[in-house]
Design a binder for this molecule. Structure first.
Ligand code: NAD
Length: 297
């Protein structure tokens, strides 16, 4: 099956590579030359632009930063037509980006009007999960469309959930990331408190990991440099999941909460913490760098 893969960043790059390794013919594109070069070095064909990438493909997978990127890519921007205009009836779009559920529904409606299928399939599992092919997919769309996409999702992920109709994958994703933003800030605070009292960060992290405070950050993504060799914290907070992407997701959670009149006080506080951290110049660092806000020095 020939697949166009658009967006080859921290997540999209390794996801496209896993499809390539599984034997799929990939036509890839990213606005960043260095992102394209990395995949070209792995033997993946790079298209000159997004329009060229979708020539003759059955499936388009996108992994872009935010709603505006996805909307413009598929629907165009007035001056320029989007990819949807180039896709034949029967094609399938799998959007793995984390974006507003309303944008997923807008693109899905436009796709449906020309006989193109669409699912929103945002992911969890971080860059480690993208590289290992063990991501969790949260899918919104028709069950029959998910069934068609399933063999591809299985090459990139280990858990595939059908959350509901189009947009439901995005709603599940922002609930998860609101919790992740809160728990990373809380875990950072607890570690910093222990260290301020002279405790060793590694020992304290292990105690909490095996106690009632245990969580994903302590298992796989410790925010303190030197505790976990593979975590972004030990690599100068490079790569991973950017603070500005977490800020976007917390913003989506708060917009959504306002729309349905939900009370999310900790989500609101977390959004403000990551916003302040971004304003302090850390937007490009991995989100676990939030520990800098509460660390001495
Ligand atoms: P990233 O910034 O590393 O990559 C995004 C890529 O999209 C960049 O390489 C950029 O050049 C490219 N791009 C932007 N507009 C484009 C366009 N019009 N055409 C082609 N390429 C374009 O981001 P990422 O960490 O890979 O995240 C991608 C999405 O996945 C985001 O929505 C993010 O919230 C979500 N996500 C990230 C993680 C993570 O751990 N990094 C985990 C789960 C979900």
């Amino acid at each position: 099956m020939k697949i166009a893969f658009i967006g080859l960043g921290n997540m999209g790059g390794p996801m496209a590579l896993n499809l390539h390794k599984a034997g799929h013919e990939i036509s890839a594109f990213d606005l960043s030359q260095s992102a394209c070069d990395k995949l070209a070095a792995e033997g993946i064909a790079i298209a000159a632009h997004a329009n060229a990438a979708v020539q003759g493909v059955e499936v388009v997978i996108s992994m872009l930063p935010a709603s505006a990127h996805v909307e413009t890519l598929f629907l165009g921007n007035g001056a320029q037509a989007g990819l949807l205009a180039l896709l034949p009836a029967g094609a399938l779009i799998i959007d793995c980006s984390t974006i507003a559920a309303a944008t997923s529904r807008k693109v899905a409606d436009a796709a449906q009007a020309q006989g193109v299928q669409f699912i929103d399939a945002p992911v969890s599992g971080g860059t480690g999960g993208a590289i290992a092919g063990t991501l969790t997919f949260m899918v919104g769309g028709d069950a029959a469309v998910l069934e068609r996409a399933q063999p591809l999702l299985e090459k990139m992920g280990a858990n595939i959930f059908h959350a509901g109709s189009v947009g439901a994958g995005q709603t599940a994703k922002i609930c998860n990331n609101m919790l992740l933003g809160i728990l990373m800030a809380g875990t950072s605070e607890a570690i910093a408190l222990g260290v301020a009292n002279g405790l060793d960060a590694k020992v304290l992290s292990e105690i909490m990991r095996r106690s009632s405070g245990g969580n994903w950050a302590l298992e796989k993504y410790n925010p303190m440099p030197g505790v976990m060799e593979t975590a972004p914290a030990s690599k100068g907070y490079a790569g991973g999941f950017g603070t500005d992407l977490m800020l976007k997701d917390l913003g989506l959670s708060q917009e959504n909460a306002a729309a349905v009149k939900a009370s999310t006080p900790l989500g609101g506080l977390a959004r403000n913490l990551y916003a302040a951290h971004s304003l302090a110049g850390h937007g490009g660092l991995d989100f676990s760098s939030i520990i800098k806000m509460v660390q001495k020095g």
